[in-house]
Design a binder for this molecule. Sequence first.
Ligand SMILES: Cc1cn([C@H]2C[C@H](O)[C@@H](COP(=O)(O)OP(=O)(O)O[C@H]3O[C@H](C)C(=O)[C@H](O)[C@H]3O)O2)c(=O)[nH]c1=O
Length: 164
Amino acid sequence: MNVPLPKYVERGPIHDVAWIPLKFFTDPRGWLVELFRNDLVPPAFHPVMAYVSMTKPGVARGPHEHVDQADYFCFTGPSTFRVCLWDARKTSPTFGQKEVREVGEGEPFALIVPSGVVHGYKNVGDKDGWVFNAANRLYAGWLKQEPVDEIRHEKDPNSPYQID
Ligand SMILES: Cc1cn([C@H]2C[C@H](O)[C@@H](COP(=O)(O)OP(=O)(O)O[C@H]3O[C@H](C)C(=O)[C@H](O)[C@H]3O)O2)c(=O)[nH]c1=O
C-alpha cells in the first residue's frame, strides 16, 4: 500500500490485505461505529459504491475474485463470519498463501481485499448476519451496463478454494 497506516491496522499474511479494527462508541442511546475513513484507506481502495447483505446462519458467499475491483468489507455483526482469503496473484510476494479469520459481532473489523485475492465468508453464528461492502468499482459498471467483474469459484467443484 502506498500510504502509511496506523500501527493498529493489521496487515496480512497476504500482501496488501489489511484488517482495520472498528470501534463502537456506546452510550445510553445505543452505539455508533465509523465504517470508512479516507485517512485510513489507501486512495486506490477508496469506494465508489456501497451495499449491505444479509447471510443466513451456516450459509457461505463466495469464494470470488475480482480482476480489477477491490472490496472493503465491514463485519460489525449481527453474527460472526469466518472469512477465507487466498492470494491468487502470480506476481505477489505472498502468492499461494491463505488466511482464515473469524470476525463480526464481538470482533468488529473492516477488511481490504485487493483484486486477485480470492475471498469468501460463511456465517458461523446462529443468527442472520450482516456484511457491509464499499467497493472501489461500480458493480456491473456505469448504470449496470458492463460485465460484472467477478470470477465465481463456488461453481467449480474441483476448486482449490473451499470455505471450511
Ligand atoms: C454485489 C452486488 C450484487 N447485486 C445483485 C446481483 C444479484 O442479483 C444479487 C446478489 O449478488 P451476488 O449473487 O453477486 O452476491 P454474492 O455471490 O453472494 O456475493 C457476495 O459475497 C461475496 C463473497 C462477495 O465478494 C460479493 O462482493 C458479495 O456481494 O445482488 C447488485 O445489484 N449489486 C452489487 O453490488
